[in-house]
Design a protein around this ligand. Sequence first.
Ligand SMILES: [Zn+2]
Length: 248
Amino acid sequence: MFFSGTDSEKKGKEVRTNLYYFAENQMLDCNQYIIKDPTTDELALFDAGNSISLKGLFKGMKKLNLNPSNITKVFLTHEHVDHVLGLYPLMKLRKENPFEIFAYGETAKILTEGDESRIIPGNIGISPNMFGVKIIPLKVTDLINTKEINISSEYKFEIHYTPGHSLGSISYYDSNKKILIPGDLVFTGGSFGRYDFPGGSLNILINSIKYVNDLDVDYLLPGHMGISSQGNQQIALSYKMIQSISFF
Ligand SMILES: [Zn+2]
């Protein structure tokens, strides 16, 4: 099986107090982040991974004494397969005790409609069956009119619309703690998101990177690859790189 073995533990670490990072597994997975509310023990999960990796996330969480049953909210950065498929097995597990799902605009619409063709973009040669997942319509809260969300007494994120990688892409930004969760907009090491999927655009991606480049960011917590505590440096590097390719 092509996708077997990817339920291995997602290695987690506490990036700062009550904020945890779980590194992506191989094969079309994504980084995930968890914020724990210290007063209620409730957990907010950022992005859902590819579904096979859900077991791996649970393994990683247990090592850090985080109980998967305490996930009460899932915040999505965008609508792509490697970020959302994990919602479906998590829903099944939590039938009796459902969690809330938050997404923005197109992402909320696509998930509400269960539009498989837009969750798995283009011809990347995969189907939800490969992940043992059936895509069904979900109940999703649209963040389109939300400026800011309180995750806990410690963390509060502004919602910034940052398209270019996809139509439903947003960045979550905590201006006090200087934390940016940009999904697949910018990565560390000068990388940035693909713009060749449906709804993607190089020019729009450049504008969105320019936009986050103006924010004050220490912690850059992207959807893939590593994280950084020197966010502004990393974003500036990606901005420089993407401008250089746009000349051709
Ligand atoms: Zn994506």
